[in-house]
Ligand binder design. Structure first.
Ligand code: UDP
Ligand code: GLC
Length: 422
């Protein structure tokens, strides 16, 4: 029998009587208890030193409370530099043997890393005792932070960035997540309804008890250019000034579907494709395959590999259309909202959290994931009808500002942290 929510620690400590009321941003601040927990000290934990979407979401949140928080990273990298640049206190707790577990998972390896895992569990727990709340931002952080609950005895909140299905994750990993969420996590916040639904299906928890807090996108940076200087911008970025440019932003990884965009481009004789992003998590072979594919399709001169770029707003502003081509359901998809905030028409793969962001023909264009012909056709439609593309982009910017603002994100997340702390 599947345990009900009331049989789990999550239910006992979950401070939400119902999601809409509990996380209504317009709700007045509650009485004195809310005042006490309005500014809890938070220890954030993230497994990655790389700049993925989950890390950008944490960067903004940690930036909103640098004076009363600290970030533990389980691996070093540019994320640490970005956190330090905004004044965050960062501690890197790296254990090379534990880091290798994902890449070389085998029975023997798992046994070898147990001492390292225990060391990290203890180290996180020890640090957590100096804070009011432990905020876990990735799955490995969830495992190491939640396992130490008997040691630190702090409320645990997990920001779930993934769709927890067998398409994305192994059976063992999902089982560990399931039991930790049931017995050691006080509050799960999901980055989309699609992610929340997958958690409910995995754990049996009532989906109403999993608040959805969408990532917020800072509109300021995306509104910097007025659109009249696109040629100069392209010159600065080394992009062809006159070409019709489709931009695809995100790390190079098979499930992000850059290969689908290349196949679509081959059907569109004079358009160009700009791939902005790098293989962040060891997908170098895929990156090479993309170059080989472009060459084999005879479109290498129309494909621009830009690598990882810090100034995403500028690169987005230089495009005529923004593509999203994930072949698996995207849990949320920051790049979609960023394209919308940049006042660009966005064509996105209709699965997962994406359908909570994009309304087909209203603020963007949806296509079936992995469907090359549909993607090429959609690009052709928007290219042939600039006034419709502009209409979509205008509505997209409004929706990005109203539904996915940074202020709303930080406010709702702060509220959730406060509730978990009580
Ligand atoms: N990004 C970036 N530089 C790049 C490519 C991507 O800063 O060259 C950022 C992008 O702006 C977005 C994030 O990386 O904020 C990717 O997040 P998303 O949710 O789209 O995908 P994820 O990688 O988390 O699955
Ligand atoms: C994850 C997901 C992505 C989401 C991001 C921020 O990296 O893959 O879809 O936008 O987290 O929540």
């Amino acid at each position: 029998m599947r345990p009900t929510i009331d049989a789990t620690p999550l239910a006992h400590s979950l401070p939400l009587s119902s999601r809409p009321a509990a996380l209504d941003p317009s709700a007045p601040p509650a009485a004195s208890a809310a005042h006490v927990s309005a500014t809890p000290n938070v220890l954030f934990v993230d497994q990655s030193g790389q700049l993925g979407g989950a890390e950008f979401a944490l960067l903004e949140l940690a930036g909103s409370c640098v004076t009363r928080s600290e970030v533990v990273l389980l691996s070093d990298g540019p994320f640490r530099t970005r956190l330090e640049a905004i004044g965050a206190r960062v501690q890197v707790m790296n254990d090379a043997r534990v880091s290798g577990i994902v890449r070389q998972a085998s029975g023997l390896n798992c046994l070898r890393v147990v001492p390292g895992i225990l060391r990290q569990v203890r180290a996180i727990a020890q640090r957590a005792r100096a804070f009011d709340v432990l905020f876990l931002n990735t799955q490995k952080a969830l495992v190491l932070g939640a396992l130490g609950k008997p040691l630190h005895r702090r409320p645990v909140i997990w920001y779930q960035h993934d769709i927890l299905t067998r398409e994305h994750f192994g059976r063992a990993q999902l089982t560990v997540v399931k039991w930790l969420v049931r017995f050691a996590v006080d509050l799960v916040v999901a980055n989309s309804q699609a992610s929340a639904n997958s958690l409910a299906a995995l754990t049996g928890i009532d989906v109403q008890r999993v608040p959805v807090i969408y990532n917020g996108i800072g509109a300021g940076a995306f509104g910097r250019f007025d659109g009249t200087d696109v040629a100069a911008l392209r010159r600065r970025l080394g992009l062809p000034e006159q070409a019709w440019l489709a931009g695809l932003f995100g790390r190079l990884a098979p499930w992000k579907g850059q290969h689908v965009a290349l196949d679509a481009l081959a059907r569109l004789p004079d358009a160009h494709l700009v791939l902005v992003g790098a293989p962040l998590f060891g997908e170098d072979a895929y990156a090479q395959r993309l170059r080989d594919q472009a060459a084999a399709l005879g479109i290498a001169d129309r494909v621009h590999f830009a690598g990882f770029q810090d100034d995403v707003p500028a690169w987005m502003k230089a495009m005529d259309v923004i593509l999203h081509t994930s072949t698996e359901p995207e849990p949320f998809g920051r790049v979609i909202v960023e394209g919308m905030a940049a006042v660009k028409p966005v064509i996105a793969a209709a699965a997962g959290g994406v359908t909570e962001i994009v309304r087909h023909g209203k603020n963007g264009w949806l296509v079936k994931p992995g469907d090359v012909a549909a993607l090429a056709e959609a690009i052709g439609v928007l290219r042939a009808d600039p006034s419709m593309a502009q209409r979509l982009a205008t509505q997209a910017q409004i929706d990005a500002h109203t539904e996915f603002s940074m202020e709303r994100y930080v406010q709702r997340m702060t509220q959730a942290i406060g509730q978990a702390a009580r």
